[in-house]
Ligand binder design. Structure first.
Ligand code: SF4
Length: 397
């Protein structure tokens, strides 16, 4: 059998639900023809979602950044400021609650609470804020933070990661967003985030969370100089972890953004590499239900294409975002455009909950929601023309 026929045999087996070895995944990732790889991934998606495979989901959420002060200084990050820098800002609780109120008014269902590793913010800080958000807005799901923040806050408060997770969960955290995974293998992680916990520690904390009943998503930052083998090793680490706990709801690869950070954009992943990753993730991560396409860091056309390469979800109308926007992610959209993008890609759009249930299936364009205030990625601190900190309001009052 020639190499091409051998690759197709492996693709067919994976599309039918057969488990790929990491070696097979690497060979497919490197060498399978792009369209054949995408077709196999799309077949795997259709098999998993038989009966609802015509649907692609999105969510409405807001990323609330509570501070940019951070002691961890990741080299790819354009968001943070060293804690003693004059560029440091923090948001007070009233400001955070106002942002939650706007989210509710615009039909958002989820808050991502995301910020730097502030040297003074221990478990108590997060308990106080999550409790206040849940008291004021019990309908908002707090899908926030990740293992890196847990590791940091536990150290500040002198408690175990398990205690930190239990306490912030009791205070209102519903699930972990899973940022901070970056690259899990040691070499690329050390190269771009030398002060972050190891990849093994990141997974250990996530597994602790899963065992405590706090599920999460998982992510991967592509394009900072990692090799193909390291990308597949990242997937292997997530799949093995998922075999142990089953707590990862989704996998979300996204692209490194080149502006305003120490890496200076010397390395970047291409859209083809990204689409191949979406496809190989769908085939290799046979134990992770959802694969999310990212149009913010890849562009709208790549987002549409991802729906044909194994993705079942197209991310969010994120009412506010400052982290990847600081590094140059400038793709903006609004709810109606997102519905159009999904339809133009041949799917029926559905607004989803954090746990992926369909809240509204937009099967008739005549009934599309018309609120033109539901726009994505307004940026309070990151982009020119963004409303300057701290007065960002997405609603005209
Ligand atoms: S990515 Fe997060 S932990 Fe790293 S420097 Fe930026 S804010 Fe800090």
């Amino acid at each position: 059998m020639g190499q091409r026929a051998g690759l197709q045999t492996t693709l067919d087996r994976a599309a039918d639900g057969g488990r790929l070895t990491p070696e097979e995944a690497l060979e497919l990732y490197r060498s399978a023809p792009l369209h054949a790889l995408g077709a196999a991934a799309d077949a795997a998606r259709r098999r998993r979602y038989a009966g609802i495979d015509h649907i692609a989901t999105y969510i409405i959420e807001r990323n609330i950044n509570y501070t940019n002060a951070c002691v961890t200084a990741c080299k790819f990050c354009a968001f943070y400021a060293p804690p003693k820098s004059e560029k440091v800002w923090t948001r007070d609780l009233d400001d955070i609650l106002r942002r939650c109120a706007e989210t509710v008014e615009l039909g958002g269902t989820q808050i991502m609470f995301q910020g730097g590793h502030h040297p003074d913010y221990g478990v108590e800080y997060y308990e106080r804020h999550f409790r206040a958000i849940k008291e004021a807005f019990p309908q908002l799901v707090i899908h926030s933070l990740g293992a890196s923040e847990v590791d940091h806050m536990a150290r500040i408060s002198g408690v175990s990661a398990e205690e930190a997770i239990s306490r912030i969960h009791a205070a209102g955290l519903d699930s972990f967003a899973g940022a901070g995974a970056e690259l899990l293998p040691a070499r690329p992680r050390q190269a771009i985030a030398p002060l972050k916990e190891s990849g093994e520690r990141w997974l250990e904390i996530m597994e602790t969370a899963h065992r405590l009943g706090v599920e999460s998503t998982s992510t991967m930052l592509m394009g900072t100089g990692e090799t193909n083998a390291e990308r597949i090793e990242h997937l292997r680490m997530i799949r093995d972890s998922q075999d142990r706990t089953g707590g990862f709801r989704a996998f979300i690869p996204y692209l490194y953004q080149p502006q305003n950070n120490h890496l200076k954009g010397r390395t970047q992943a291409t859209i083809f590499e990204y689409l191949r990753m979406i496809a190989i993730a769908r085939l290799f991560l046979d134990n992770v239900a959802h694969i999310q396409g990212s149009w913010l860091t890849t562009g709208k056309e790549a987002g549409q294409l991802s729906l044909h390469y194994g993705a079942d979800d197209l991310g969010s109308v994120m009412l506010e975002e400052n982290v990847v926007s600081s590094a140059g992610a400038k793709h903006r959209s609004n709810r109606l455009e997102l519905l159009h993008l999904i339809r133009a890609a041949g799917r029926v759009p559905a607004q989803r909950a954090t746990t992926y249930e369909h809240l509204v299936v937009h099967d008739d364009p005549a009934n599309d929601p018309v609120d033109d205030r539901v726009v994505s990625h307004l940026s309070s601190t990151a982009i020119e023309g963004g409303t300057a900190h701290p007065e960002l309001t997405v609603l005209n009052s």
